[in-house]
Design a protein around this ligand. Structure first.
Ligand SMILES: N[C@@H](CCC(=O)N[C@@H](CS)C(=O)NCC(=O)O)C(=O)O
Length: 206
């Protein structure tokens, strides 16, 4: 059975859990990281030198980096519909997965830390506003992308929707001003119907 180390509140763990739900993959999950600790345990660092979650074990194979994990799950458990085999089509999915980690993660993470893990009297209002504006810029790119289809990579739901979807949830529940992005909102409502989203993504932030 697939073993997943990582607290269920972590956005990167949630991507893995949602992918398991989409592909009907059974797993055992161990609460790890955050309030559960364990990230710096030597045995854990030997598996994942970043000391971060998630880490996944499949038989003798250990994998870290959430997007690598979800691509692996698709490759080994019949997930071609989420991660297309055709190389050109695949780039349409993967560019958004890379973009999520390289661009979107920074301002979305800054707002999580600021609003949920910093007491109000210690928040840096200017940094939080800069993060909101940066995230708004990036979500406006997604708004324009959604002119091409109902999902991030076009007509079909894919790993790109999972990678961006957990941040889509956060964008819509953070206590911030959100100018109207109608296609983004419709996409968010569309993916929120999926059982994997309901179980693993739509939960209180901490
Ligand atoms: N690029 C990594 C990032 C992993 C990461 O930053 N994980 C965070 C949680 S989302 C973490 O381990 N934070 C420390 C902790 O939870 O103790 C991935 O996508 O897996």
């Amino acid at each position: 059975m697939l073993k997943i180390w990582g607290r269920a509140t972590s956005s990167n763990v949630q991507k893995v859990l949602w992918t398991c739900a989409e592909l009907d993959i059974a797993f055992e999950r161990v609460d790890w990281g955050g309030p559960f600790g364990g990230n710096k345990d030597p045995d854990y660092v030997a598996m994942n030198p970043n000391g971060l979650v998630p880490t996944v074990q499949d038989g003798g194979l250990v994998i870290w980096e959430s997007n690598t994990i979800i691509r692996y799950l698709c490759a080994t458990r019949g997930g071609e519909h989420l991660h297309p085999l055709d190389p050109a089509r695949r780039t349409e999915v993967e560019r958004w997965m890379d973009w999520q980690l390289a661009s979107l993660a920074q301002p979305m993470g800054a707002m999580l830390m600021g609003y949920y893990r910093t007491p109000p009297d210690r928040r840096d209002a200017r940094a939080l506003e800069a993060a909101r504006l940066r995230a708004l810029d990036l979500w406006s790119m997604v708004e324009r992308q959604l002119e091409h289809g109902p999902y991030i990579a076009g007509a079909e739901f894919s790993l790109a929707d999972i990678a961006l979807g957990m941040f889509g949830y956060r964008w819509h529940v953070y206590p911030i001003e959100r100018p109207g992005l109608p296609r983004l909102k419709a996409w968010y409502e569309r993916i929120a119907e999926r059982p994997g989203f309901k179980t693993h993504i739509a939960r209180p932030l901490e």
